[in-house]
Structures are given as C-alpha cells and as structure tokens.
Ligand binder design. Structure first.
Ligand code: BGP
Length: 478
C-alpha cells in the first residue's frame, strides 16, 4: 500500500466559538453565534457558547495534549469579534494577543497552524448595523478584518482557509447565520448570502496571495458526494442535479470562477438566484484557490422529484434528539431532486450516514474534475461518550470510524490523489453547531454537560492513544 508522504500533516480541528468560551471577556463582544446559542440554550437546553470548552483559559494544556498525540498541524479559526469587537475599527489588543500566544505555543511544539478566517461567528455589531451577510457591505468589512489578521500572522501561518462550509450555511442558514424571523421564508437570501461569501472568499484569497510569502489558501467546504437512490435514470439524473446545486455550485466558484450553469438555471427558474453585480465574477476569478479543504462526515442520497409531485421547496432537516430516525426532513427541489435516506448505510445517532467509501469517492471525483491538492479539515463521529467511574472513555466506535476513513484516504492516494493533511473533528470535545455538548467528537474528553460547565477538565479518550500511534507510524499502524 502507498505510504503517507513524510511531510503529511496530521492533526485535528476546532472552531473559535465552539471551543474557546470567554465569549464576552477581555474586550470581546458578542458574535451572532453567542446570540444563536443563547437562544438554543433557553429553548432546547443545549449549552451556550459562553464557556464552551474554555479553551481560552486551557489553550496551553490543550496544545500540550496535541503535541503529546504527535500533531504536526492544528486547524482552528479566529473569532472576528474577539479581534474587532465591533467588526471594524479599533483592534482589541487583548483579543489578537490570544491568537499570538496560541500560534506561538503551536510553533514551539512544531505544530503548523491552519487558520480559518471565518467559522460562522459574525460580529453581532455587524448584524445590528446592516444585517451582516445579508448586505453587500459585509464584503468590505470582511476584507478589513482579514487583511489585519493575515498581515499580523503572515510570517507564521502558511495555510489559510477562508470561510467555513458555505454549502452548509445555505442548507442550515438559521443555525449558521442569524436570520430574522420575517426573512426566514425568503429562500433567495440563502444564495445571496452565499454570493456575498463568494466575494469575501475571493477577497481573502487575493490577500493571502499578495501578503503571505509562500502562502496557500482555499475554502473549507462541507462536502457530501451524492448517490442516486436507484439506478433508474431519473434517480441518477436527480443525483447529478443535487451534486450540481449542493457541490459543484461551490467548487466551480473556487476553481473555475463560474456559477454552475445547471444549478443557476434551476435557481433562476425558481426566483432563487443571487443578484450578481458587474465586476463580481472578475473578483471571483482573481481570487483563485490553491487547494480545497474538505469537511467530510457523510455521503448523501437523492431521488427524482417530479415537478407535478405537489411538494414544496424545502431545505435539510436536522435531528435534535440524537435518536436515530428522528431527522426532521430532507431537502426537496421539485423538478430537480429530493434528498433521501440511503438504505445501504448505517448512521450515527443523529442520522448522518457512515460511509468511508464516500470519502474515497469524493476525493477521486474532485481531484479528477479540478486537479488541485486536497486536505481534510474535518471528519469525525459525533457520539454520546461515556466517562467511566475510572475516568476512562472507551470510544472504540470513533476509532473504527476514523480508521476506515484514513484507509479511504490511502486508497484515494494510491489512485493519484494529492492529499496534504488530515484534521479530524475535533481535537477536543466542544459545542456542537446543532446538538449542544452531549454530542461529542474529540480525542480529548471535556468534563462538562449542557447545563453544567463544571471545570472542563481534560481526559484522554482511548482514541487519543490510538491516534497517537497512527501519527507515530505515519498512518501505518491503524
Ligand atoms: C461542520 C462544522 C463544524 C462542526 C461539525 C459537526 O459542519 O464545520 O463546526 O460542528 O460540522 O457538526 P455538529 O456540530 O452539528 O455535530
């Protein structure tokens, strides 16, 4: 079997609001995630982002644990409202200082930072000013923020990812963005937000190319390959339609600087297409990507949905309970496709299909279409972990999930796909975007519950020791 290259980057990922806590400390002001998660704490009992995993106070301990696992990289995001509490204007010295210390700590251990500029946490001040991503003015303010951060770390950070998971933001927009109630039925705005993000992404790519010596930049895309439910031609075509709107619609922007024709045509016919102004596509083309960072958890499945079905347009449902089968529905675009459950795959407790072959398939397919290097910036299994009275977490299910996905990467590499890094989600337990802290992903257990932050003590799970061996053997000992 092909070996992982010597300089392959092994690590894991987190995002600022999900792990840091200190939501209103040392000059940081609220982000939209502080507001969204406060509400979900009140309504659903999921932890808020106020303390999260308290990484802000535990970062030294956390980086030491990463080093103990053998990490050669760590993918994390910078909180915009920690650096610029009002989105623009005066920098918050204490805020930027936190990231200076974090990055220096990583570099001391020889851990290469992969920095994400934006992971769902828009400064609330910019929502109040002009409704954030709903308004084009956001692009200039994002540029202001990105330019500062890139300049600040240009000598220490080589790998940059711009915006996390535009595809997922379109699907789950009220979770990932604050959308006022009265606008929530206006689905065109999903694609308008996405268009503004395309402009912001391109702007950040240009900044990295201009400012960072040897800098490399790309988006971190939430990606699921889409299988047809059956081999009936209409289902196969539906899967292609779903691919075009859910995947190619982003990849074509990043690598070809165009909107996918079939997807755009569908959106135009249904009055969903974004307003594109003169010059926008030039900017998008200039802001090319060097690589694609892929967040891969699951594959998806689609079937035909005739226009005459009488169904309405709807977007992805979510499973809030953690009981298999309780997902609240599937994305439907009559006349184009309807997403559905894949009967051949087992799922997590939150109904995410477990499918290592899907990763191999995605890598092969993307590499053939775009021929750009790939990295994994998220991949993992959300589970109800149990802390035993002896203080252990036996997460064999997570080891098995990760092992199968590393094998899938290896198989893709054997077929020529260039892969730079593997950063599973997540380095340590953190606040889920949709299910509180009881849904855990980390190699390191964080001792807290949704309603009690306790002391957030760190405990090494069985997967911690497994991953340590994987890294030590450069992916040989699985
Ligand atoms: C991705 C996000 C992450 C992360 C992960 C798991 O979509 O980039 O922020 O949380 O999914 O999802 P969840 O937290 O909903 O389980």
């Amino acid at each position: 079997m092909k070996q992982f290259p010597k300089n392959f980057l092994w690590g894991a990922a987190t995002s600022a609001y999900q792990v840091e806590g200190a939501a209103l400390l040392d000059g940081k002001k609220a982000s939209q995630q502080d507001v969204i998660n406060e509400k979900s704490f009140e309504e659903k009992g999921f932890a808020s982002a106020e303390i999260a995993s308290d990484h802000y106070h535990h970062y030294k301990e956390d980086v030491a644990l990463m080093a103990e696992m053998g990490f050669s990289t760590y993918r994390f995001s910078i909180s915009w409202s920690r650096v610029f509490p009002d989105g623009v204007g005066e920098v918050n010295e204490k805020g930027i200082e936190f990231y200076r210390k974090l990055i220096d700590e990583l570099l001391t251990y020889g851990i290469e930072p992969i920095v994400t500029l934006y992971h769902y946490d828009l400064p609330w001040a910019l929502f109040e000013k002009y409704q954030g991503w709903l308004d084009r003015r956001i692009v200039a303010d994002f540029e202001y923020y990105a330019k500062f951060v890139i300049n600040e770390f240009k000598d220490k950070v080589k790998y940059w990812t711009t915006i996390n998971e535009q595809s997922i933001i379109v699907q789950y927009w009220t979770q990932k963005c604050y959308i006022p109630k009265e606008l929530q039925s206006q689905n065109q705005l999903r694609y308008q937000i996405n268009h503004h993000m395309n402009l912001a992404h391109a702007t950040a790519c240009k900044l990295v190319h201009d400012l960072v010596p040897d800098g490399l930049v790309g988006a971190a895309l939430g990606y699921a390959p889409i299988y047809p439910l059956t081999s009936k031609p209409e289902d196969v075509l539906a899967a292609l339609n779903a691919h075009d709107l859910r995947n190619a619609f982003y990849l074509d922007i990043y690598f070809k600087g165009i909107y996918t024709e079939s997807a755009m045509t569908y959106l135009q016919e249904n009055h969903l297409a974004p307003i594109v102004e003169p010059g926008d596509m030039d900017l998008i083309r200039e802001g090319y990507s060097d690589f694609l960072a892929l967040n891969y958890y699951a594959s998806e499945c689609a079937k035909a949905c005739p226009k005459e079905s009488g169904k309405a347009i709807r977007y992805s449902g979510v499973n809030l309970s953690g009981k298999k089968g309780e997902i609240s529905g599937f994305e439907t675009h009559p006349g184009f496709y309807e997403m559905c459950k894949n009967p051949h795959l087992d799922t997590t407790d939150w109904d995410w299909a477990i499918d290592p072959f899907g990763l191999e398939y995605a890598f092969r397919d993307i590499y053939t279409r775009y021929n750009k290097p790939l990295m994994i910036t998220e991949n993992g299994l959300g589970a109800f972990d149990e802390l035993t009275p002896e203080g252990k977490v036996h997460d064999e299910y997570r080891i098995s999930y990760l092992r199968d996905h590393v094998k899938a990467i290896k198989r893709a590499m054997e077929k020529g796909v260039e892969v730079w890094a593997y950063c599973p989600w997540s380095a340590l337990d953190l606040l889920s975007t949709s299910n509180g802290v009881k849904k855990r992903y980390g190699f390191i257990y964080v001792d807290r519950t949704d309603d009690d932050p306790k002391d957030c003590a760190r405990i090494k799970k069985d997967s911690f020791y497994w991953y340590q061996k994987v890294i030590q053997s450069n992916g040989e000992n699985l």
